[in-house]
Design a protein around this ligand. Sequence first.
Ligand code: PMP
Length: 448
Amino acid sequence: MLDKSPRPTPVNVPNDLAAHWMPFTANRAFKKNPRLLAGAKDMHYFTVDGRKIIDAASGMWCTNAGHGRTEISSAIAKQAEALDYAPPFQFGIPQAFELASRIAELAPDGLDHVFFCNSGSEAADTALKIALAYHQINGQGSRIRLIGRERGYHGVGFGGTSVGGIVGNRKLFGSLLTGVDHLPATYDREKQAFSKGEPEYGAHFADELERLVNLHGANTIAAVIVEPMAGSTGVLPAPKGYLKRLREITQKHGILLIFDEVITGFGRLGFAFAAERYGVTPDMLTFAKGVTNGAAPMGGVLVRDTIHDAFMNGPEYAVELTHGYTYSAHPLACAAALATLDIYRDEKLFDRAREFEPKFADAVMSLRNEPGVVDIRTIGLTAGIDLAPQADAPGKRGFAGLNSAFHDHDLMLRVAGDTLALTPPLIVTEDQIGEIIDKVAKVIRATA
Ligand code: PMP
């Protein structure tokens, strides 16, 4: 459909796309039929050939406040002029301290300190390193084992890959970290199919942790890391009671509990953090993506007072944690994040997501009788739609075929294995949800 709304400035498309080795992309197939973007505003992307695409993915779970927010871009531009870069070791910028306080205010009580980095992967590795270091300085250096979960995703660093539970992401990379175990995933299609919000069934999956404690001894285990809702592996919200049980077991055995909230942070589930929705406070909580609305790379770890204070009780002039990044608390990212948090607050976007959740869930569930739909899960402004797996052949249902089909229908969503993930910006309207669901239905029928 021809759209008359303003277009972004045209961008030059090079003839040769070989030099850029794209991440997590089938490069050869992509470059034969590239999906190139040139602009974005509110709920839409614009392609280089001028098509307007509705964004049901918030880019990649990032742009919770919608695209092209001038409050954020002008804050970045102003900051770049005032102070482009400052070394984050042994120097600071006031904005980083302000931002840390503002993020801590949004977090559950007790998570009062923030260690900044640049991505979700760095946040996961940072949290795992803090856990190991904490036990070390706390006189419990035998606690070196880390526990993740099957179908968990914690980025692509060696730590995050090791505790992550996606075979495809691990198999090329050797032995990874030793001393890592995985809890089972929390999904059981038979007992949880077509659930809205937290599934009723599945709290007992947490009890596997007791088995690992029996096997290895509590005094060898440093930390457990889980996503309150596994996002990248198909939108699997933690079942009712599961995270509480994990909290009880970890507390009983002196094991640190880390929530990876890279996706669930900043409103995705209708709260600042999923920890609040589930009523469970972890010892550390990682975030990224939504903290800057995607406009600048930033990640971080919220850390419980007792852990932070243990480091502060060491020798005064020592470097407490021998860890950090050249771009930790980068001035441009801090400016972007402060402007983003203002938007979330002023537009009450987390409340909006919470209030909108039932309507969103009903709209997505209307797809349950489409051909090949075997399950749908919804929570907050997030939905996973499982399709029965089929051969990956162009034009047929399958990863490449689906990605092309959605693009051809001017819709952006995430195709994750056999799951379609819908995660629109929190500014989405009811009409736009309707439009997104219509497009999904069309593609499902066309590729069945
Ligand atoms: N943790 C989770 C839960 C994620 O979803 C992601 C990214 N999708 C990451 C970590 C890694 O984040 P990044 O790509 O910014 O390194």
